[in-house]
Design a protein around this ligand. Sequence first.
Ligand SMILES: Cc1ncc(COP(=O)(O)O)c(C=O)c1O
Length: 406
Amino acid sequence: MSLFDKFATLRTLQTVLRGDGQVPSVATPMDEVHSATSATIKGRRVILAGTNNYLGLTFDARCRAAAISAIETLGTGTTGSRMASGNYRGHRELETAFAAAYGWPAGIVFSTGYQANLGTLSALAGPDDYLIVDADSHASIYDGCRLSAATTIRFRHNDPEDLDRRLVRLGADARRALVVVEGLYSTLGDRAPLKEIAEVRRRHGAWLLVDEAHSFGVFGARGLGLCEELGILKDVDFVVGTFSKSLGGVGGFCVSRHAELDLLRMASRPYIFTAAPAPAVIAAVREALARVLEGKDLRERLWRHANRLHAGLLRLGYRLGSDAPGPVAALIFGERETAIGLWQGLLDAGIYTNLMIPPAAPSGKYIVRISLSAAHSDEDIDRILAALEALASRRQPATAVASNRS
Ligand SMILES: Cc1ncc(COP(=O)(O)O)c(C=O)c1O
């Protein structure tokens, strides 16, 4: 009898993925990272096409300079919670900057994007409340539900009618329900029907939180996310985001049209019982936020790559997780070996992507995920498409996947 008995399935999976001693596809070790789009893996230079570095800001000159200067003046860490010694001016200014970008009165910075969901959901929803979450929600949303004392109800992925049914059942209690969705779902690269979802929740008087982790910086005239792009920010109560994708840092935020969000500082355990982000991170993200807001050029580059890749994948007959182009292209296979073969083939061709298999992917779907960056060159996209063409003989027949509802 061992505490590790429960991991028997994972042990088998790990063995399969390690296969013949090649690079394991989960937690691929990077020997060195050279830029937003290039690294060395196993002594070999590769194009990074499996990060969340959508705008390429990890190596932005202004962000790096700000981080270095913050280390020189404020040191390497805060060594304290925001409730104690970690409440620096930079943290407060960054919160104000996020709130101001949305034109809202309140913003809170968290130490990770994971904690932004954990801290917001667990504190907002009490024992008499309801969290109504999309079934394909990120683990941080589900964990936020667990940490809260609220009743959690799942609705079918991207299905406003199912959401409607759940809210009908709650009757007047719908006013105590917080609907939680993401803007862009990163496993399949599909977008939420936010207009329809906002309409349903409005009709029932429920609240709405949108996690724009993968859509912040990518959508909207100022890069504020899919809500901005669709013109529905006026219908949203809370937006959660992360620093670890388009902003190129580590941390997270929640902004709200309700000034009372500020009360969470005294109620949210994932905000209180953890160290405040390092000054260098805060300084870099402050610059990154400015770059996002003025970053039409970066978004245009990203979307040019996304449109090209999407068209190329359709031409080659790959089965995709989303009908629409986007920064994330999910190539879907029905068999694990085919997906592993393609992922490995791409790596051998000098292209790093992500392999996602159940339980990290929906059951029965084996995914090779390509994520793009504004920092990619046109030649990078040429090389990715050429490698996919060469490997296309291993692909499955093309059939569009209409949705990934569970
Ligand atoms: C939708 C969503 N929310 C939150 C997070 C957590 O963000 P972080 O990794 O910055 O903690 C992620 C991370 O992948 C995510 O995809």
